[in-house]
Design a protein around this ligand. Sequence first.
Ligand SMILES: Nc1ncnc2c1ncn2[C@@H]1O[C@H](COP(=O)(O)OP(=O)(O)OP(=O)(O)O)[C@@H](O)[C@H]1O
Ligand SMILES: CC(C)(CO)[C@@H](O)C(=O)NCCC(=O)O
Length: 393
Amino acid sequence: MKIEDDKRPSFPWVGMDIGGSLVKLVYFEPLDMTAEEEQEESECLKSIRCYLTSSVAYGSMGIRDAHLELKDLTLLGRRGNLHFIRFPTQDMATFFQMAREKDCSTLQAMLSVTGGGACKFEEEFHAIGNLQLHKADEINSLVRGVLYLCGQIECYSFQNVQDMECCQKAPYDLQDPYPLLLVNCGTGVSIIAIHSQDNYEIVGGTSYGGGSFLGLCSLLTGCETFDEAMELASRGDSSRVDVLVRDIYGGDYERLHIPAWLVVASFGKMIHKEKREAASREDLARATLVSVTNCITGLVCSKGILKDILDRVLFVGNLLRGNTISRKLLAFGVQFWSRGRMKPLFLEHEGYCTAVGALLHRLNGSAPEASEGQQPGFDTEACSPRETEDDEN
Ligand SMILES: Nc1ncnc2c1ncn2[C@@H]1O[C@H](COP(=O)(O)OP(=O)(O)OP(=O)(O)O)[C@@H](O)[C@H]1O
Ligand SMILES: CC(C)(CO)[C@@H](O)C(=O)NCCC(=O)O
């Protein structure tokens, strides 16, 4: 029996977020294909399905995060598994080459793509034969993906944040998410105030984000990859690099209740030759990570106050991937500086929100079916964010 639904787009169901550092791809693998559908499935589609679901590594840099796979999910009435794949944006040329090799030109498919790369690589996508490109706006996709994932019981907070060792993850029910301050820690950092599903706005950002961490860390330690940088940071001690309150006061600044551990100057100790010589690569990596993370904390608190969103703040983005140091520091810092008013939250699929949003965008039919010869433009959706109101930064 054929599963009929005129509104349902044809397979493959793919959402792609091409960012400054990483490409994130989410792929829905249908599990309820009828015999007729399987028979009709083209060789190219079959080969894509097998390729994506049977490996966990693609080429030298592509990774399927198998631990994040969402199994037996229902999307638009179809049952399937949702797969999460990433590779460096630098490798987009290999991606296009593979698309050519798999003869995707025969595939009558529409791909929902977001992130800066949806614009940058538009011509290359169009060169893949019949593939139609739907460019979804990055912020709209991010918000859509976040709101969807929040409903999948995958949100968590940290308990005992004042003690890094005892600090532990605890599930958090974010079924009713509004208002929410959303912080996307990617190559750069953007902060979005979500008032409701249809009403959200960018309230700020900083250029001191994931890209700065990796860039500075590479300069200071000679490391080559994010995982290497994180590994170094996990073994480092930033207090050998930074000037803390205790270095100046010998302890707390009691009158103003400023604690001894507070960083007064990131890298402040590096003005002394002997301290430079004593600081290890690990210490420098840790100090870089702490510096970037603290900068995000400060900005988030001030934006929360400015926008009067002091309830929940949700951190996403791949800077936080496998990065317990930053997550715990953000959790602690936000609670400390907001005097316990702001609840810092995180998602298990932190790096894939925008790609999920792009996929949903495609499935929910808001994608304008570009007619022949028409250049698909940005779909601004009914729920476009308001113009940025904030003028500081
Ligand atoms: N395997 C990895 N390779 C490179 N960077 C990584 C990796 N894993 C985590 N990161 C970190 O994640 C950051 C990128 O995060 P993310 O993928 O969310 O953003 P992006 O979409 O590439 O960037 P933007 O949205 O700003 O265009 C990097 O700057 C780096 O700090
Ligand atoms: C440019 C984007 C939207 C790309 O994702 C993001 O990295 C960002 O918002 N950066 C912050 C730029 C700033 O506000 O300083």
